[in-house]
Design a binder for this molecule. Sequence first.
Ligand SMILES: CC(C)(COP(=O)(O)OP(=O)(O)OC[C@H]1O[C@@H](n2cnc3c(N)ncnc32)[C@H](O)[C@@H]1OP(=O)(O)O)[C@@H](O)C(=O)NCCC(=O)NCCS
Length: 181
Amino acid sequence: MITDVGSGSMASASGQARTFAVTRASAEETAELRRDVLRPHLTIEQMAVPGDSNPDTAYLAVRVPTGARAVLGCLRLEPVPCPWPSAGRAAAGAAAWQLRAMATDPSVRGRGLGRLLVTAAVDHVARRGGDLIWCNARVSAEQFYLRLGFRRVTPPFALPDVPEEHVGMVLRGQSIGWGRT
Ligand SMILES: CC(C)(COP(=O)(O)OP(=O)(O)OC[C@H]1O[C@@H](n2cnc3c(N)ncnc32)[C@H](O)[C@@H]1OP(=O)(O)O)[C@@H](O)C(=O)NCCC(=O)NCCS
């Protein structure tokens, strides 16, 4: 079953607004985009992430019914304690969710799909009682996360298998008004 978890408009190449829905997706449906954008040295089969079988793990995706690629953008959410105690109250608790696999197709970048996905992620986490989202962000994506309200909480560090350095980024619920009605 496909369940809408958010929607928003994005300017098309012709300048016209198109409405896209963010929906739940399987790991398999998003694997090609994740591989092509984030891990081009891996096979599709190698794109499984530990924790994919966790029932609380969720992939969110923006799809198009036709086109070269069915999934234009995706991200992955899993409840995982935040590794940086300085990040705040929820750092050690189950209220923290890790954001991974953030990717949009190069043909649609800069048109709001990334923001649309993160907005849906915030809603997804807030509805489940979460109050913090954290991620290991590629340095080249730091500005994207900062624009969306994340705060950088670590110096650059290395992760296995990705040549680019990463930084720890945190979005706290209270900084964007989670829980307000
Ligand atoms: C990072 C990524 C997901 C952004 O997706 P996107 O669809 O281009 O994002 P949006 O168009 O919604 O941009 C949201 C905001 O961030 C800004 N932004 C996006 N990428 C940016 C960048 N590299 N540098 C500075 N600002 C950036 C946009 O200008 C926009 O600002 P605004 O809404 O205030 O005008 C996409 O570039 C991508 O897939 N990159 C390669 C994979 C990657 O690095 N993923 C993150 C791994 S941690």
